[in-house]
Write a protein that binds this ligand. Structure first.
Ligand code: URA
Length: 426
C-alpha cells in the first residue's frame, strides 16, 4: 500500500483548510474501502470536505483513487461506437428510458448503468422493474452481447465498479454529506470513467426537485464533471436543465414506463420529447454518428429497439403494467392558469404514496405515484382533475396530499414560459 497516514491528521488538515497530498488521498480511499478506516472517521472527513472543498488537483486524485479500488469495463470489442448519458436526477425524469433506444436505433451502443431511487427522486431501475420479468442484473458477457446486438442496455453496475463510491455514497446519504460539488462530481465520474465509455453527456438538474437547487451551483457541478471527464480522456458535454417543475405528466414507476412508451410511440409530453432529442443529438454527435434521432422516433425504429432491449433483459414489453389498487383525485378549486407546479412537492408526494423508499433496500410499489393533468402555465377549469394519486396502501393518501399542498397555485397569468434547457457546457 505504500506510506500510511494517521486519519485523524488528515481530518484535522482538511478541517483547517489544508490541501491533501496525492499519497494521503490514495491511502485514505484505499484504507476506507478495505475497512482499515471506519465510517466514523470517513464521515468526519466528508463533512470537512463539504465545508472546505477539494481543489482541482485533489479532486482528480480523489476520483482516480476511487476508480482504482475496482475494475474497469472494456467495450473495445463492440462493433458500435459507445456513448453514455447520466442525469443527476429529478422528478418525472424518465428520459433514459426512451433516450437509450433512440440513440441505439441510430447505430450507437448505450451502456446505461443506472441506480435506484432514494428520497424524492426516482430510480431508473425501480421504474423498469415495474415491467413483468425484467431484471436489472446482467453478467458482463450478457451486457456486451446485448450492446452489440440491440445497442442498448439499462442495468445495475456490478459490485466491482468503483466500490469505494458504493460505500462512501451510502455513508454520505446518512450523514448529511451528499451536497458537496467535489463529492458528487467524483462519485458520478468515478463510475462513468471506470465504466469505460469514451463519450458522455451529462444532464445536470437545477431547481426545487434537484440536488443543486441554485443554478450557479448546478453550472459549477457541470463544469467540474466536464473537467474530470476530459482529463480522463472521456469526451464529455453537460447540459444544465430546469427541474423547478417536474418533467412530463407522471412521477412513479409503472406510470413513468407507460409515459416512456408513449414517447416511443410519438405521443409523449412535449418537454420530455424536447429534452430527450436534445440529449440524443449530443450523444450522436459525440459518438461521430450522423443521424436524426427524431426520425428514429417517427419511423418506429426506436420503439423496436425498446422492445428488443426489454426482451433481452427478460421482460415482456406487451405485458400489462401493474395498476394501483386505489386512487384519489384532487380537483381544481377554481378556474385560471396553473402558475406553479413544484417538482419537490410532487416528488415527495409520489415517494409517500410508495413509489420511492425511505431506506436503502426498502421495497417500492410498482404502481404508486402521481399524475398531473395540467402542466405549469396551462389553463385549468374549476372541478377538473389536477392530480391523480395512486397507491396500493390508501392510508398513504393523507401524507401525500400534505406534501402536495402548497406545491401548486392557480392564478391569472403564468408569465412567459421558462426554458427547459438552460446551458450547454463543454
Ligand atoms: N449520484 C451519485 O452517483 N453520486 C452522488 O454523489 C450524487 C448523485
Amino acid at each position: 500500500m505504500g506510506s500510511t497516514f494517521d486519519m485523524v491528521d488528515l481530518i484535522r488538515a482538511k478541517r483547517d483548510g489544508r490541501r491533501l497530498g496525492d499519497a494521503e488521498i490514495d491511502w485514505l480511499i484505499r484504507a476506507y474501502t478495505d475497512g482499515a478506516v471506519g465510517d466514523d472517521q470517513m464521515a468526519a472527513l466528508a463533512m470537512a470536505i463539504v465545508f472546505r472543498g477539494l481543489d482541482a488537483g485533489e479532486l482528480s486524485t480523489w476520483t482516480a483513487a476511487m476508480i482504482d479500488t475496482g475494475e474497469r469495463m472494456d467495450f473495445s470489442a463492440l462493433r458500435r461506437p459507445v456513448v453514455d448519458k447520466h442525469s443527476t436526477g429529478g422528478v418525472g425524469d424518465m428520459i433514459t428510458l426512451p433516450l437509450a433506444p433512440i440513440v441505439a436505433a441510430c447505430g450507437a451502443a448505450v451502456p446505461q448503468l443506472s441506480g435506484r431511487g432514494l428520497g424524492h427522486t426516482g430510480g431508473t431501475l425501480d421504474k423498469l422493474e415495474a415491467i413483468p420479468g425484467w431484471r436489472a442484473d446482467l453478467a458482463p458477457a450478457e451486457m456486451l452481447h446485448l450492446l452489440d446486438e440491440v445497442g442498448a442496455v439499462i442495468c445495475s453496475p456490478g459490485p466491482g465498479l468503483a466500490p469505494a463510491d458504493r460505500k462512501l455514497y451510502a455513508l454520505r446519504d446518512v450523514t448529511g454529506t451528499v451536497e458537496s460539488i467535489p463529492l458528487i462530481a467524483s462519485s458520478i465520474m468515478s463510475k462513468k470513467i471506470a465504466e469505460g465509455t469514451p463519450a458522455l453527456v451529462l444532464d445536470v438538474k437545477t431547481g426545487s426537485g434537484a440536488f443543486m437547487r441554485e443554478r450557479e451551483r448546478a453550472v459549477e457541478l457541470a463544469r467540474t464533471m466536464v473537467g474530470l471527464g476530459r482529463s480522463a480522456g472521456v469526451a464529455t458535454v453537460a447540459y444544465v436543465s430546469a427541474m423547478e417543475a417536474p418533467l412530463g405528466r407522471a412521477a412513479g414507476n409503472a406510470i413513468e414506463v407507460e409515459q416512456a412508451v408513449e414517447v416511443l410511440n410519438g405521443r409523449g409530453p412535449a418537454d420530455v420529447v424536447e429534452l430527450t432529442l436534445t440529449l440524443a443529438r449530443e450523444m450522436l454527435h459525440l459518438a461521430g454518428i450522423e443521424a436524426d434521432p427524431a426520425e428514429a422516433l417517427r419511423s418506429g425504429r426506436a420503439l423496436e429497439v425498446w422492445r428488443a432491449m426489454i426482451r433481452g433483459q427478460g421482460g415482456d414489453p406487451d405485458a400489462p403494467l401493474p395498476r394501483a389498487r386505489h386512487q384519489q383525485v384532487i380537483a381544481a378549486p377554481r378556474s385560471g392558469v396553473l402558475t406553479r407546479l413544484d417538482a419537490y412537492a410532487v416528488g415527495v408526494a409520489a415517494w409517500r404514496l410508495g413509489a420511492g423508499r425511505a431506506r436503502q433496500g426498502d421495497p417500492v410499489q410498482a404502481a404508486a405515484g402521481v399524475r398531473w393533468h395540467a402542466g405549469a402555465g396551462e389553463e385549468v377549469a374549476a372541478g377538473q382533475p389536477l392530480f391523480t394519486l395512486l397507491t396500493d396502501t390508501p392510508e398513504r393518501f393523507a401524507r401525500a396530499e400534505q406534501a402536495l399542498a402548497g406545491g401548486w397555485e392557480i392564478g391569472e397569468d403564468a408569465g412567459p414560459p421558462q426554458p427547459l434547457v438552460l446551458e450547454r457546457i463543454d
